[in-house]
Design a protein around this ligand. Sequence first.
Ligand SMILES: *Cc1c(COP(=O)(O)O)cnc(C)c1O
Length: 475
Amino acid sequence: MYKRYSIIFLLLYVFAGIAEASETSTSLAEPLKLIPNTGSFEGGQLAFIDVKEPVSERGKASIVCQFSLETPIIGYFDSRSHQYICRVPTHLRPEPVPVKITVNGKVFNMRQPYVYTTHGKYDSPVTQVHVERLQQRSKWVREQIPKSVKLCAVLKNGNPVGWLGKVMEETGKVDYFCVPRMQDGIALRKAGVEVPIMVMYLTHADYVPLLLHYNLEPSAYSLSWVERANQLLQATDTDSQLKVHLWIDTGISREGVMPNKALPLARAIDKSKYLHLQGIATHFCCLDDKDMVEIKKNNRKNKTALQKHRFDRILNKIHGEGIGRNAIIHASSSDGLRYGLTPVYYDMLRVGSLLFENPLPKQRNYHWTTKITQIKTLPKGWCVNYGCDEQIDEDTKVGIVSHIPDDEVNYYIRGKKVEKLLDHEVIVVLDLSTLPEVKEGEEVTMVFSGDDSPLDTSYSAPVTLHSTTRKTTEY
Ligand SMILES: *Cc1c(COP(=O)(O)O)cnc(C)c1O
């Protein structure tokens, strides 16, 4: 009898203890979440902190926020919104970082990271770049290329260009980067990329000092370009020559010198004390899978064989004068590799799209999700869209998602594809008639149609780097 009572007493005592502990913890201020928890890595945006605290204590807590390893930021109470606020500091890269919030001297490690992204439009769903998949793909592409041929990774649209380049360089499989603009080259250098970088399209000769400073290799495309470059470089130490690529238009009507002007340009570069002829390049208009046979036959009715013929003839002339014998010859893009057109590989392949394609539909190099913000049922006969050209045939459950800056997207919920009823980009209405149990707040996965990836399309949504194996501080 005595024993049993004591157990009951003991239990009562324990329960009382728990009740007391939770009583004191409700009286302690505690940060619950950051709103929004994503924003530009340039920083400066306000993060509102939802703090649980007794009404009598409202606004009296001292708040310090620490994002990753950055300097702690002192927060303040905003009487208008009745929330605590920390101004987000700038961060080196767009990536998720851990957040610590200190309230009245007590440190809380927040469960959700703060997700730094490219640009500041945090209300569009953030695309996560899958760092390891991108790296695996770089390795795979390298394996398709003969060892004696260099790989130049072409980074045309992907964002953030500098950090994409950096994670690709880390594989040790990329020999060169080819970028369209000088600013992309500067972004790569700022991200710490050390391998050579060539700027493919026309960079005005006035930018020569910047190109030299960041060690970027532009294309030289005219005699006046060389003249202006010489003028600007006269003042520099001749040990630091600017490396240039002689770019020849062999039949695409785009960047580069016409074939009959290529030899004088090569001579001018060769003669310059300030320039080094690092490469000789062209670009093919029309690579396809039938080219191999035609190149072998030297059939000049075939566009690739014709361009190759023109390119080889100029190369012979230039080399014949003892110029550019060590220059890197490069001409082909992904399609040359895709179709195994070895005669156009020369010394280096410039590969863009093949690096960014998803190897399999289920192995995407990005992850893009949003949440259903609203659910409702439209009654039969309800108008769809302006003008009411269409009306609903039967009662239809719909879910709304917003701020999707691309209409070439398929939507999946619970692994099942759902159709769009209406797409105004800032507001997209999904037909949920096949998934009646879906609730507000449920996750929606967005997948680009075909093999497209946000890394290889012009794309304006915020992007962040997501790695499954490394900590954010290891970049
Ligand atoms: C785009 C481009 C490439 C890469 O083309 P992909 O088809 O993406 O591999 C290579 N060279 C030049 C000049 C380009 O403009």
